[in-house]
Design a binder for this molecule. Structure first.
Ligand code: NAD
Length: 484
């Protein structure tokens, strides 16, 4: 079982991170070319992390299988490969990201000096990871924090204890500079102890909005900045202007997003709004596609399970309360001996004819259950989205009408948006990814991840000779100086 970090040890761990950071800065300050030395150091640490992850690949896949029956293909394509690519991009782009930007300002006060904007490390970074992509969403921010020059504390999710253990091994095997990255294992008490400590310089939290608010409140007490990567109810719009010959492809893309990782994706399509003119055809093709995608299905087949008993029970209870019609793939075997439920296997389930106000429409589903709602008028559908779930992490539009697309883009806010696609935008390496409003603030991805762990410092250097040009500012304020 996972060995939780003793609560009493946590203040010592934070002190070690603080000391590590200041000692390293002191060391750099003595270097002839600190920027070059620092770049070399950070790149080396990232390379070590990269190779350690590669060396532990099979253990990671196995751990995630034990944690929640994560399908090998999903671990490879949605977690391991994106993580390795993220770190490779950091290594490649770090020289560019670290280079200070020169700024020109032609007002006399600044025209003769030099102005630079530098990205400096924040200091000690805390990364709190969620359970659904427990490796990627822990180690990509850890990589970003190293790239940014910080000392890092990682708090993995306690719900995926096997991979949490492997991550500790990865950090150990990487043989990073002592004190650079420390892992704190634990649940709510350990996280609480961490977030209340005033010696942190930045918190990067990924998880539910409810806990996000707890994190932000604790951080605010010590004026610690946060990045909050939260969830939300991301809608899919299928407008009347989607060609009927495109429906099948649209459905495959929607189902990929809705059922991958057993629906436990922050950006998953949470519900589908379908225009009445397409609705019957959509439902009929949806059943066909569902059966095709899942020709065989039970707790032993390659379909990821739910993360916890609580999440499983909550989904089941919402499904029992729904007034819609649930549809599962034909291949789903009746769970007579209760084996599926015991293993937390939940079959991909469409729920047809759902209404606003249904149990499945109250909060993020985060499970392989997809409500489908019919709408008559696009603006009324949008009004409901705005009334119930205003600021989702993502929104998806399936339409071949530019007018429809622009209309929805303009009226509905969301962290990000895909047109005729779902979910995969999170893999775009050089674009920012993050929420708005209830789905969080701040972002990462490519240089944005580096930015999240650095502070932009303006350094202005002024020559002495040009003082006569700026004498206006000095006392006494004569009449000449105050005339417009
Ligand atoms: P969670 O909020 O329950 O847990 C996340 C982390 O917070 C864990 O490390 C946990 O130990 C800690 N935590 C839990 N309760 C706490 C408390 N009371 N005080 C302090 N710390 C606490 O989230 P989860 O169930 O692991 O993940 C699912 C949620 O995360 C979903 O809402 C999903 O949408 C969201 N998510 C967001 C993103 C994103 O990038 N925006 C990515 C993945 C998941």
């Amino acid at each position: 079982r996972l060995h939780y970090t003793e609560d009493e040890a946590i203040p010592g761990i934070i002190k070690r991170a603080n000391d590590y950071y200041s000692e390293r800065q002191l060391l750099l300050s003595r270097d002839k070319n600190p920027m070059k030395a620092d770049l070399k150091f950070r790149v080396r640490q990232l390379q070590k992390l990269y190779y350690s992850i590669k060396d532990n690949q099979e253990l990671i896949i196995d751990a995630l299988m034990r944690d929640f029956h994560r399908a090998r293909q999903e671990t490879l394509s949605l977690e391991l490969i994106p993580l390795l690519n993220d770190i490779l991009l950091m290594v490649k782009k770090l020289p560019q990201w670290m280079t200070p930007k020169k700024v020109r300002d032609h007002t006399p006060m600044f025209a003769f000096g030099s102005i630079q904007v530098e990205k400096i490390a924040r200091g000690t970074a805390l990364v709190i990871a969620p359970s659904n992509f427990p490796l990627l969403l822990a180690l990509t921010p850890v990589g970003n924090a190293i790239a940014g020059g910080n000392a890092v504390l990682l708090k993995p999710s306690e719900l995926t204890e096997n991979v949490a253990q492997i991550m500790e091994k990865i950090i150990r095997d990487a043989d990073l500079a002592p004190g650079l990255v420390q892992v704190v294992q634990g649940g709510i008490p350990q996280t609480t102890k961490l977030i209340e400590d005033p010696r942190l310089d930045v918190i990067f939290y990924t998880g539910s909005p409810k806990v996000g608010s707890i994190i932000a409140s604790a951080a605010a007490k010590n004026l610690v900045p946060c990045v909050l990567e939260l969830g939300g109810k991301s809608p899919v719009f299928v407008t009347e202007n989607l060609g009927r010959n495109k429906l099948r492809k649209a459905l495959k893309r929607i189902f990929f997003g809705a059922f991958a990782n057993s629906g436990q994706l922050c950006v998953r399509p949470d519900y589908v709004l379908v225009h009445e003119s397409v609705y019957q055809e959509f439902i009929s093709q949806a059943r066909t596609v569902l059966n095709e995608l899942f020709p065989q299905l039970d707790h032993e087949t390659e379909f990821t399970h739910m993360i916890s008993r609580a999440a499983f029970d909550k989904t089941l209870s919402k499904l029992e309360q729904t007034k819609g019609t649930p549809v599962v793939p034909r291949s789903t075997v009746v769970d007579q001996d209760n084996k599926d439920a015991e293993c937390l296997f939940f079959p991909p389930t469409l729920v047809e004819d759902v209404q606003w106000g249904d149990a499945l429409m109250t909060e993020e589903n985060f499970a392989p259950v997809l409500p489908i709602l019919k709408y008559e008028d696009l603006d009324t559908a949008i009004d409901n989205v705005l009334m119930y779930h205003d600021t989702p992490l993502a929104k998806y539009i399936f339409s071949e009408s530019t007018q429809d697309v622009n209309h929805i883009l303009a009226r509905v806010r969301a962290g990000d948006c895909c047109v005729n696609e779902t979910v995969i935008h999170v893999g775009i390496q050089q674009a920012p990814f993050g929420g708005i409003g209830q789905s969080g603030y701040g972002n990462y991805g490519g240089c944005y991840g580096f930015n999240a762990f650095t502070h932009e410092r303006t350094v202005f250097k002024q020559p002495f000779w040009m003082d006569f040009m700026t004498s206006m500012r000095y006392l006494p304020y004569s009449k000449r100086k105050t005339q417009l």
